[in-house]
Design a binder for this molecule. Structure first.
Ligand code: VGL
Ligand code: ZN
Length: 195
């Protein structure tokens, strides 16, 4: 099956390809740097819009282990770790959404945080008449998956481009099942024309 992207109704969402999520970063995802080349190829395809997200936390964030959370301190605003990866081609990125900006709420999803505050992404996409989102980046089992589920909730078709993502945990079958139940498609770049 070959999938063609539309310059009218499709958007590419590049999730959290930030220094802290690359190997050697504060919350390095295994082989996280391997997403960059496929994403750079994806961003050359026809899209109405290419949008990147950044995990963007205050210095004392609820998700940090020092605050009782599950993660080491990462993606703190104003630090080098929060910047998009240097080798990520940013020429086609038109919008950046920042998430996890409130001290007391976390946000795996690029659409809204666990307190219900939206990033404005759904309205942005709706305003551009986007109907389908292609999602790639880090980490597959956390922010990519949560963004895909929220995309479905917001009424968009959602496609996760598997080989342009990497998970934190090697086993992510449970996440895959919940994505499929929610109607999220899972594709490989080899199914896309001209990648
Ligand atoms: C993420 C854990 C904590 C992600 C963000 O981008 O997947 N994971 N914050
Ligand atoms: Zn985070």
């Amino acid at each position: 099956m070959t999938v063609m992207t539309s310059a009218i109704h499709d958007a590419l969402l590049i999730i959290d390809v930030q220094n802290d999520f690359l190997p050697g970063g504060a919350l390095g995802v295994p082989n996280g740097d391997h997403v960059i080349a496929p994403i750079n190829r994806l961003s050359g395809l026809p899209f109405r819009c290419v949008i990147a997200s950044q995990d963007w936390h205050p210095p004392e964030h609820i998700s940090f282990d020092a605050m009782g959370g599950p993660w080491p301190s990462h993606c703190v605003r104003g630090t080098p770790g929060v910047e998009l990866a240097q080798t990520l081609d940013q020429t086609r990125i038109r919008h950046i959404v920042r998430k996890g900006t409130s001290p007391a709420h976390d946000s795996y999803s690029a659409f809204c945080d666990d307190g219900g505050m939206t990033t404005g992404l759904a309205a942005l996409l709706g305003g551009l008449d986007v109907r389908r989102v292609f999602i790639a980046g880090l980490a597959l089992d956390f922010c990519v998956a949560a963004t895909a589920l929220d995309a479905r909730r917001a009424g968009f078709e959602a496609i996760v481009v598997m080989d342009a993502c990497r998970p934190v945990h090697r086993i992510w079958e449970a996440t895959q099942t919940s994505l499929q139940k929610a109607g999220v498609e899972i594709l490989h770049t080899s199914s896309l024309t001209d990648v």
